[in-house]
Write a protein that binds this ligand. Structure first.
Ligand SMILES: NC(=O)c1ccc[n+]([C@@H]2O[C@H](COP(=O)([O-])OP(=O)(O)OC[C@H]3O[C@@H](n4cnc5c(N)ncnc54)[C@H](O)[C@@H]3O)[C@@H](O)[C@H]2O)c1
Length: 333
């Protein structure tokens, strides 16, 4: 298939080029994201390949259909950025990479928790300035802390395994309970109980109309004073303004995020010479107990190898008329 590859970064190209010779596909890489003013680049191609912040709206899907695009290959797990109803209407198939490396995201979650907890980011800067004082760097043991995991799919499960290794007591919430999680000795509880009991809460559910702003002023109010909050899932699971209030009044002890509701205007770009107009993220960045990474939880060698393989295999199966097991369909949502 001829694939128009949007939002290309050097690491995408490196790993897709590695797997490409094992397929019959041809890729043309574009740095641009897929939007109405770049969609014409895909004329003459069979499929587009896009990432998390390419917003695939109905208007865009109509244009893709008009220029003959048959498939949208998401090189990510989440698919909240695609209007699946419109894709169905215009007969464009949508594929994704459901679980390329759950460990990559779970391990980054631990990196966020432990950086904020043990303040290694501050220690790094201090020591570089010959400041060997450890005042103000006190953390807590993870051992015996209660961690609430919201969403126990592939990533949530990988995180549960790691947390048990630290000696944490893990509780979980998911509308679909997984017997494997229970077999690990983890208790499923309702959302309220998880919010009330957890010392640390980590989000691993997809963004859907139901889960949007799952963390809001009301749910933050139910949490323990000083709760530690981590989101490596999707930005809009959190009402950021409510979280800022919680950080200001000490209800939230620390916040680690790899995703942000308005991230598509910021993330994956070098804006170091620009004035940032998003006052919400700028406020977040002023807190000493907030750590933001720019949607890099997936970024490991192993994950990138899997992403390129599964994305291209999805398109191979589609081209050969086989069932594509990683298809996302409107009625399944
Ligand atoms: N930061 C990153 O780099 C990165 C990378 C990959 C995935 N993600 C995000 O992580 C999310 C989880 O990925 P996954 O592979 O574990 O997905 P998954 O589909 O394997 O698991 C998601 C789980 O969430 C549960 N769920 C759905 N709605 C829920 C709700 N309202 N409350 C609690 N649980 C709910 C589902 O039942 C399922 O068990 C993805 O949706 C994606 O948004 C982020």
């Amino acid at each position: 298939m001829k694939i128009a590859f949007y939002s290309t970064k050097s690491y995408d190209r490196e790993y897709f080029e590695e797997y490409l010779p094992k397929t019959a596909h041809k890729i043309t890489y574009f740095k641009n994201g897929l939007e109405l003013n770049t969609v014409s680049l895909a004329a003459g191609f069979d499929a587009v390949c896009v990432f998390v912040n390419d917003k695939i709206t109905k208007a865009l899907i109509k244009k893709l259909h008009e220029i003959g695009i048959k498939a949208i290959a998401l090189r990510c797990a989440g698919f909240n950025n695609v209007d699946l109803e419109a894709a169905k209407e215009f007969g464009i198939r949508v594929f994704r990479v459901p679980a390329y490396s759950p460990e990559a995201v779970a391990e980054h979650t631990i990196a966020l928790i432990q950086t904020l907890n043990r303040k290694t980011h501050k220690a790094y800067n201090r020591v570089r300035e010959n400041n060997f004082s450890i005042e103000g760097l006190t953390g807590m043991n993870l051992h015996r802390k209660k961690v609430g995991v919201i969403g126990t799919g592939a990533i949530g499960k990988a995180l549960c395994r790691i947390l048990l290794g630290f000696g944490c007591e893990v509780i979980a919430h998911d509308p679909f309970e997984n017997p494997e999680i229970r077999a690990m000795g983890i208790r499923y509880v309702d959302l309220q109980e998880l919010l009330k009991e957890s010392d640390i809460i980590s989000l691993h559910c997809p963004l859907t109309p139901e889960s949007k702003h799952l963390i809001n002023q009301k749910t933050i109010g139910l949490m323990k004073k000083g709760v530690k909050l981590i989101n490596t899932s999707r930005g809009a699971l959190i009402d950021t303004k409510a979280v800022i209030k919680g950080l200001k009044n000490g209800q939230i002890g620390f916040l680690g995020i790899d995703v942000y509701e308005q991230e598509e205007k910021l993330f994956f770009k070098d804006l170091s010479e620009m004035v940032i107009h998003d006052d919400v993220i700028m406020r977040l960045m002023t807190f000493p107990n907030v750590l933001i990474t720019g949607h890099q939880a997936f970024l490991t060698t192993e994950a990138l190898q899997e992403i390129s393989k599964i994305t291209l295999d999805n398109l191979s199966d589609f081209e050969l008329g086989k069932e594509v097991k990683n298809e996302v369909e409107f009625q399944n949502v």
